[in-house]
Write a protein that binds this ligand. Structure first.
Ligand SMILES: [Zn+2]
Ligand SMILES: [Zn+2]
Length: 228
């Protein structure tokens, strides 16, 4: 178990600066973990049971990810682009889930909690440290329907889009008339006018870079292989 100040220091280092969002995010994660009776940061067995949904790609999201140790690559971190300052903390073992929402009132009340700070940012930095959770957040108990396709572990399905050929993993395809499509083909994507290009420097590989460098690094640095 780490203190608020220790978690904040780590989060600031990972995020790159101290900001009101870091303070709110660290506290949001600490509250979410406390609601699940988990430590902050979670112990390894707790980490295996934890899924976190983050509803905004703002400073606060980095702090929540840092404190919970939830990661996209482990499928324990889910980003849903709602533009809402909220995160949901789920215990997979018990299915208990709590959605913690940052209140707008906390912004309005910042001057009350930090009357001596001259500017808005200073007031927020100070106030968000001292406000009780009950002012800073609303908490909802929620049900989150996760399927096996959402969970960590090996890829559970792979199908090729019938239009573009792209392989889609974990049931994220859209089925029309019984045929699978990737979401960009079925619904449109965040990109448009996609066009495959050839580029002469596509022949690059790390092997080439190693050959250019002297002395050549030994192979032993690659000896340790990750388990995933
Ligand atoms: Zn920030
Ligand atoms: Zn496609």
């Amino acid at each position: 178990m780490k203190s608020f100040e220790e978690l904040l220091a780590g989060s600031v280092a990972a995020h790159g600066h101290l900001c009101p969002g870091q303070i709110v995010g660290v506290r949001m994660a600490m509250l979410g973990l406390r609601l699940l009776d988990f430590e902050a940061p979670p112990t390894y067995p707790q980490l295996k049971q934890l899924i976190v949904f983050i509803e905004m790609d703002r400073c606060t999201g980095d702090a929540v990810a840092f404190v919970t140790n939830a990661k996209l690559g482990r499928r324990s971190l889910k980003f849903v682009d709602y533009g809402i300052m909220a995160a949901t903390f789920i215990n997979l073992e018990t299915s208990r889930a709590y959605r913690v929402i940052s209140t707008e009132e906390a912004r309005d009340l910042a001057p009350l909690y930090a009357p001596r700070e001259p500017d808005k940012r200073g007031r927020q930095l100070e106030a968000y440290r001292v406000m009780p959770d009950s002012v800073l957040f609303r908490v909802q108990e929620v049900k989150v329907d996760l399927t096996p396709y959402d969970l960590p572990g090996p890829t559970r399905s792979k199908v090729a889009c019938v239009r573009c050929g792209q392989v889609v993993r974990d049931g994220r395809e859209v089925v029309w008339d019984g045929r699978p499509y990737c979401r960009p083909c079925a619904q449109g994507g965040y990109f448009r006018d996609a066009r495959d290009i050839a580029w002469d420097r596509m022949n690059w590989s790390p092997q080439l870079q190693m050959e250019e460098m002297e002395p050549r690094p030994g192979a032993e640095q690659f000896a340790e292989r990750p388990s995933c």
